[in-house]
Design a protein around this ligand. Sequence first.
Ligand code: CAA
Length: 381
Amino acid sequence: MDFELSEELTMVRDMAREFAVAELAPRAAKHDRQGYIDPEVFTQLGELGLWGLTVPEEHGGAGLGNLALAVVLEELNHACASTGVTVSVHNSLLGAPLRRFGSEEQKRTWLPRLATGETIGCYCLTEPNAGSDAASLATTARLEGEEGVLDGTKIWVTNGGIAGLAIVYARTDSEASRAKGISAFLVPMDTPGVEIGKSERKTGIRGSSTTEVVLEGARIPADHLLGERDRGFMIAMDTLDGGRIGIASQAVGIGRACLDASVTYARDREQFGRPIGDFQAVQWKIADMATRLDAARLLTHRAAVVRDSGGRCSLEAAQAKLAASTTANFCADECLQIHGGAGYTDDFEVERLFRDARITEIYEGATDIQRIVISRSLLTA
Ligand code: CAA
């Protein structure tokens, strides 16, 4: 077992870290305030190859795996969680299922555009009445001759307002129960009948786009079906296994930012005539944060390695997301406590980190869902 990153991954991490420190960290508060990511950042991510990190080289990407993505996402999220989730969803919720289940033609058409960031991807699963219970989704896809006609409303679509391509899950067999009659479709966002609905005003990750996507008689060619008909739920779940590793990496990045901010503040802030880091109450918080973060990172990297080896990683990804997201919130809470009243204002970045951390326990499967996945795989093994 090797706990060190390879030479190649160390270089990739250092490149992502340099970019995050120089370009993202100074913009993070601005992204949060203005509610969108600066367009220059999208260009820079393209120049560094980060949109196409996991796209195969033959399709114009870097051809790296989930471990590389996890390492990069930790760095991006350490600086700016809004940018981090945008890149995570693009790579893991759109690029990955296209790579894993797409036809050669679909891959040739879309992967090169995803690799450069010319087209940004989004994932449309959740609906107003189908959140944690994703298999109860009600969006329909009627097959009419050579076309599929989509009707329904998707919500909580990360990248909804900036995407050029969506993967949409819809019911193709109204007779089949729950997961059985769902199919996945590649839907260009400029398809007539596809509209961006409400844009969410969120507690955190405010620089990222989160919207409704409304489908009303949206017609797409039948060959935009991704994978097998009526097997889309399996694609949705397999995709989320990868996505959860991305969110776990995000949580580790946010948590590490909380740890760093805590150490800096504990050294600088003096009370009772000495730095507050001299007090055991603060020292223990810092020790617990560092230990839980290392454990969360190890679980995250293990899940990525299992996925890269081609095996199913539902258990490992759920454990990583559960551990990392609860750790990020623990770190944010302790960091704010160390900062005291100052941390409750936007004079210090912990105020934003505290808000950003919260979503990691909610999206791509809430903490409770991760516990369901973990316990099911143990109890039914
Ligand atoms: N890989 C492959 N197949 C899988 C799978 C996986 N990880 N998980 C389940 N399946 C298959 C099962 O084997 C089963 O197939 P068969 O019927 O052929 O055996 C089928 O899928 C149904 O599985 P379940 O019976 O386990 O389904 P369920 O209805 O009990 O649901 C669940 C399980 C874990 C609760 C699931 O619904 C779930 O993960 N819910 C959370 C949804 C979620 O994470 N939503 C977030 C959406 S994305 C987002 O947040 C927005 C964004 O843009 C970031």
